[in-house]
Each structure stands twice: as structure tokens, then as C-alpha cells.
Design a protein. Structure first.
Length: 417
């Protein structure tokens, strides 16, 4: 009799195996969503020169003193327009101004830029309708980043704005922790390709597509190895292929206690080491986890909801840890049950729920039938509510629970943890 372990124990055992697979210099756009493996220092001042923040006129601030709509100041226009990328030809003289474009270098003696909207050109003069303060509409050298600054810290996850910062620093290759490569294998004589006509006793292979989509959402490289029939020789060949190419291998089906559930025995026969088999949870009880050298292997249940829930609660956080991400799990909120939920209290229950905002807080309700074969329960779900094995009895209406957010509906205003 195999002893089931608790959800938290299973998660801890898996995460303890999560070792980084190395670092790499990644093309800047490919680094989005990865985690920095080094501090990013600046070799330049950003901006590298004083420049105009507006289209308008470069002036000496003192020459605009007293300017207002009813009493504009008249300044002589001197020199040619200063465009972005063009160096000024001369310094500004007293009582004069120079047309300047956004991003153009500031000429000598210029202490402010008047916005074009606050001016009017008449003959060779410009009417200034607004008094300027010193430094107004000027972006000074190094005001964003100074040479030698530590701009982005090691361990930071890279977001779109960080890509812009890296580009401004001239970093075309970014040092990042490498994400793992993941392999997906579907098993079972009853499983057929998605373009097959369904017959009695057959199911289309939704599992490999659901898993691939979950990995793709994370930006993870994956290989789908197709469907393996319940034959030890075929299964062994496909597992060897996956282990030779991938850091993590996901097999769906064949992990229960049936006569044709060969996954565990095949892996053990290849030399894999069992970490645990069976978790005190619903759905996904027969979850299997093994190591093979530095490779990590999940035997996921065959039911489609179990596959997706186990990925969210175990595989996804493991991948996040390997990538150096500090946020391992989906964001969570505390919400209240909108109605009673059945819960025996003898195992952790992952309920698929819909979230709704009410005046007194956030509530969750069931997506409907909760069987592990009801894949639409995942499609409808905003989140997964966790009813712990230590909570005795049914979940009564109004009772609070932790909900992992699969989606973030615009109608929800609850704060994430």
C-alpha cells in the first residue's frame, strides 16, 4: 500500500529538486519574461547630452520674465532650426531664441525651452506668452541613468519596460537564467490524434495540447513526442528520447494501478529514482514524480483536468524556480464561497471557480460539474479554490478560501497576494 503525501509536502519535494540549468547571453527580445543572471551596469549617461523635451524655442529663462497671454515678450529668432541629431551652431544671445525640436541638443546659454503652443511667430520675432523657469522642458545629461549606475539587479524578472532600458544601454545580448526544455508524452491505447474520428472507447489527445499551451504561456521551449501506446518497449523508446533532449519530461496517463499502467515501472526500469507517488488531493491523486540524473520526470494522471491542475500546482512552480523567478505560484486572493461546496475534508480539493465582485467583497462559485474529465470546468474557471485536507466538512456559503488566479477578470477588484 503506497502512502499518499500531503500537497505541501509534494510541492516542497519537487521544489527542492529545482536547480538552475545554467545561464546564457540571450538576444534582447528573447529575454522578455526571463530572469537576469547578472547586474546590469550602465557604460553611459542617459541621456548622453542635454536635450529638449518639447518642440518649441530654446531661450534664456531670464529673457521670458513677465511673459503672459496679455503681455507677450518679443524675442529675435537667430540661427537655423535645431533638429534632433543636429548640433547647435551657436550660443543663444541675450534677447534671442532658436527653434528647437524634441530631442535636439540644447545650445549654449539656453536655460529653458518654451513650448511651441506658448509662442507665435511674427516676421523675424517670436512672441512668448509664458514665463519660463530655469531648466523648464530640458532633459539634462544623466538625469535618467548615470554612467556606472547599477540599473537592473541580478534576479530581476525582465518586463517590457526593462527591454527598453536594456536597449537604451546598448545591451543587445542579455545575461539570463536559461529556462528548462520540457518534453510532453501522451500515453494510452485509447488516446488518438485530434484529427481522428471518435469511436467508442477512444479519446482525442487534449492533454498534450493543454500542457503545450500552459508551457507556451510561460515562454518555455517544449517538444511534443506524440502518443505512446501501452507497450513497454514503445514507451521505453519514447521516454529515452525525451530524457536525452529535455530537462523536464511530462507523461500523461498510465500512472494509476491498472494492468496497463506502465509508466512508473518503465521509468524505474530505466534507472529513474522515485521521489513520490500519490498525493492526497482531488483531482490528481496518482501524481508521480521521479528523478533521472539531473532530469525531472512527472507522471501526470490521464484525466484532462488532473493534468492541468497538477501542472499549475507542481510543474509551473518548479519551472519558475529553475528560471530563477521568485514568484513561483500564480497570484492568489482571499475570496468567499458564494454557495455551499462539498468537501469531505480527507484530502485537498482544487475546485475550479468563477469569481464575482460584490459590494462586500470577492466571491467564488463553482464552474459546474467538477469531475476530473470535465475539461470545460478549466475553460470556464477564473481560478482554483483550495480546500485543504485539514478543513473538516463541507465549505459553507460565506467561508473564505485561497484562490489561485488563472485569469484576472476586469470585474475583480480584490487585491492579489
Amino acid at each position: 500500500m503506497v502512502k499518499m503525501i500531503a500537497v505541501k509536502e509534494a510541492q516542497n519535494k519537487i521544489l527542492n529538486m529545482g536547480k538552475m540549468v545554467g545561464t546564457a547571453k540571450v538576444p534582447i527580445l528573447d529575454s522578455l519574461g526571463l530572469v537576469l543572471a547578472e547586474d546590469i551596469m550602465s557604460d553611459d549617461d542617459i541621456p548622453v547630452y542635454d536635450n529638449s523635451a518639447m518642440d518649441g524655442f530654446a531661450v534664456r529663462a531670464e529673457d521670458t520674465k513677465g511673459a503672459e497671454q496679455s503681455h507677450p515678450v518679443r524675442l529675435n529668432i537667430m540661427g537655423k532650426d535645431i533638429a534632433a541629431g543636429k548640433m547647435p551652431e551657436q550660443d543663444i544671445e541675450q534677447g534671442c531664441c532658436v527653434p528647437i525640436m524634441t530631442g535636439a541638443p540644447i545650445p549654449g546659454n539656453c536655460t529653458a525651452v518654451v513650448m511651441k503652443e506658448d509662442t507665435k511667430i511674427t516676421d523675424s520675432k517670436t512672441l512668448i506668452y509664458k514665463q519660463c523657469e530655469k531648466g523648464e522642458n530640458i532633459r539634462y545629461r544623466g538625469e535618467d541613468i548615470k554612467k556606472g549606475d547599477k540599473v537592473l539587479k541580478k534576479g530581476k524578472k525582465i518586463y517590457p519596460a526593462d527591454i527598453g532600458v536594456l536597449a537604451s544601454l546598448g545591451k543587445d545580448l542579455v545575461p539570463a537564467y536559461k529556462p528548462p526544455v520540457v518534453g510532453i508524452i501522451s500515453t494510452g491505447d485509447e488516446v488518438v490524434s485530434i484529427d481522428s474520428k471518435l469511436e467508442a472507447g477512444r479519446v482525442r489527445d487534449s492533454n498534450s495540447y493543454s500542457l503545450a499551451a500552459q508551457l507556451k504561456e510561460m515562454g518555455i521551449t517544449y517538444f511534443r513526442y506524440g502518443i505512446v501506446k501501452d507497450r513497454k518497449r514503445f514507451m521505453e523508446e519514447k521516454i529515452r528520447e525525451g530524457l536525452s533532449q529535455c530537462n523536464i519530461l511530462l507523461l500523461s496517463g498510465g500512472v494509476s494501478v491498472g494492468d496497463y499502467d506502465y509508466v512508473k515501472d518503465t521509468l524505474l526500469g530505466l534507472g529513474a529514482e522515485l521521489v513520490f507517488w500519490k498525493v492526497n488531493q482531488k483531482p490528481g491523486k496518482p501524481l508521480l514524480f521521479l528523478t533521472y540524473g539531473d532530469r525531472l520526470v512527472f507522471g501526470l494522471p490521464g484525466n484532462p483536468v488532473s493534468v492541468m491542475v497538477c501542472f499549475e500546482m507542481y510543474v509551473r512552480p518548479l519551472i519558475k524556480k529553475i528560471m530563477g523567478d521568485s514568484e513561483l505560484f500564480r497570484p492568489t486572493i482571499r475570496a468567499r464561497a458564494a454557495h455551499d461546496f462539498k468537501h469531505k475534508g480527507d484530502r485537498t480539493n482544487f475546485a475550479r471557480v468563477i469569481l464575482a465582485q460584490k459590494e462586500d467583497g470577492c466571491y467564488f462559485s463553482s464552474t459546474g460539474m467538477q469531475g476530473s474529465g470535465i475539461l470545460t470546468s478549466m475553460a470556464k474557471a477564473d481560478g482554483i479554490a483550495v480546500f485543504d485536507e485539514t478543513e473538516a466538512g463541507n465549505i459553507k456559503k460565506g467561508r473564505e478560501a485561497e484562490v489561485y488566479l488563472l485569469k484576472t477578470p476586469g470585474r475583480i477588484q480584490c487585491s492579489c497576494r
